[in-house]
Design a protein around this ligand. Structure first.
Ligand SMILES: Cc1cc2nc3c(=O)[nH]c(=O)nc-3n(C[C@H](O)[C@H](O)[C@H](O)COP(=O)(O)O)c2cc1C
Length: 321
């Protein structure tokens, strides 16, 4: 697949998840086979105002293919933020038109743009004119089941200069509830020439293959299933290329968990990083023997030594994994 002039190899990308897919997780996922990744939702207005926290979200993943993701409702402000984002050398720029959060959609941004296609087009056009990298757009199937606008928005996005679209196969109203609307993703694919990246409930190699086959999509992206499991990308790559896949042992998985948390401590304030690491540690140990108690303990870790102790205990309780 090519996003504009950016050649993408592989089978699956890491989807953006605010508060989850930080730089450490993106680096780890790319290392374990994600073809590219999209950063956390970032307010265009905050970037333009020079907010340090928002600027930190725009930092790249050492030389890999990646895009920051911007949200906003004002075409000029998103265009200005996109120009600032170029300082960090992104491969392309993604615009969010699917976020259901009231503080985003309530201000005319995110999923609200699925109901205001003329404004969505002005934003895409303004950003495309402002930057010399490809511009992509991520949205859902529509606002609710009575307003499925993904095809109309995708066609309009293509005409306004988008180089690819990602469709999360749910409405804003659905949030994350099943089912994923495969038919609408397939209809989007039929309606545009630019690549279509399909997203929603891809939790395995088999699920990725089904998404490709049932929608005709050009690529897929994985969100929640990558939490605590960057290895899913290796599994998908092996499954789709017909190669054998050997899952990592628990020790290998938990070593990667430790490394991810070390990277978090390197890239952020180490105290905040450990607090944020609680959820990542919980995801890595999900499903293990003794997981309920280990997860309870993970919720109160305060130091790297606390994290190491939980990892050690997880290994002792699961000697055969
Ligand atoms: C905690 C969380 C945060 C998310 N943040 C973003 C975001 O910042 N930008 C975005 O476009 N989508 C965001 N999403 C949606 C995901 O990118 C993805 O579309 C959704 O989770 C469906 O894919 P999945 O079933 O593979 O998880 C978020 C999802 C979750 C669960």
């Amino acid at each position: 697949m090519k996003i504009g002039n950016v050649e993408i190899k592989g089978y699956a990308a890491l989807a953006p998840m605010a508060g989850v897919t930080d730089r450490a997780m993106r680096e780890i996922c790319v290392r374990y086979g994600a073809a590219f990744c999209v950063g956390e939702l970032t307010s265009a207005k905050a970037v333009v105002l020079g907010d340090d926290k928002s600027k930190a979200l725009l930092k790249s993943v050492g030389g890999k293919i990646w895009a920051p993701q911007l949200f906003g409702s004002d075409p000029d402000i998103i265009a200005a933020a996109a120009q600032k984002a170029l300082e960090y050398g992104p491969s392309f720029i993604d615009i969010n038109m699917g976020c259901p959060a009231p503080k985003v959609a309530g201000n005319g941004a995110g999923s609200a743009l699925m109901r205001d296609i003329p404004r969505a087009c002005k934003i895409i056009r303004a950003v495309s004119n402002a930057v010399d990298v490809p511009v992509t757009v991520k949205f859902r199937t529509g606002w609710d089941k009575d307003h499925i606008t993904a095809v109309e928005l995708a066609v309009a996005a293509e005409a306004s200069g988008a180089a690819a679209v990602t469709v999360h196969g749910r409405t804003r109203e659905q949030m994350y509830a099943p089912p994923v609307d495969i038919k609408t993703i397939a209809a989007v694919k039929k309606a545009v020439k630019i690549p279509v990246i399909a997203n929603g409930d891809i939790i395995s190699g088999a699920a990725a293959k089904e998404m490709y086959e049932n929608t005709g999509c050009d690529f897929v992206s994985v969100g929640r299933a990558a939490r605590g499991n960057p290895f899913i990308f290796g599994e998908i790559n092996a499954y789709l290329s017909g190669k054998a896949y050997t899952a990592p042992t628990l020790k290998e998985r938990l070593n990667v968990c430790k490394e991810q948390i070390e990277k978090m401590c390197e890239y952020k304030d180490p105290y905040i990083a450990v607090l944020e690491a609680r959820k990542h540690l919980s995801w890595y140990i999900t499903g293990l023997s003794g997981a309920a108690e280990l997860r309870r303990q993970a919720c109160s870790v305060k130091t790297n030594a606390d994290i190491d102790a939980i990892i050690q205990k997880a290994l002792e309780l699961n000697p055969d994994m």
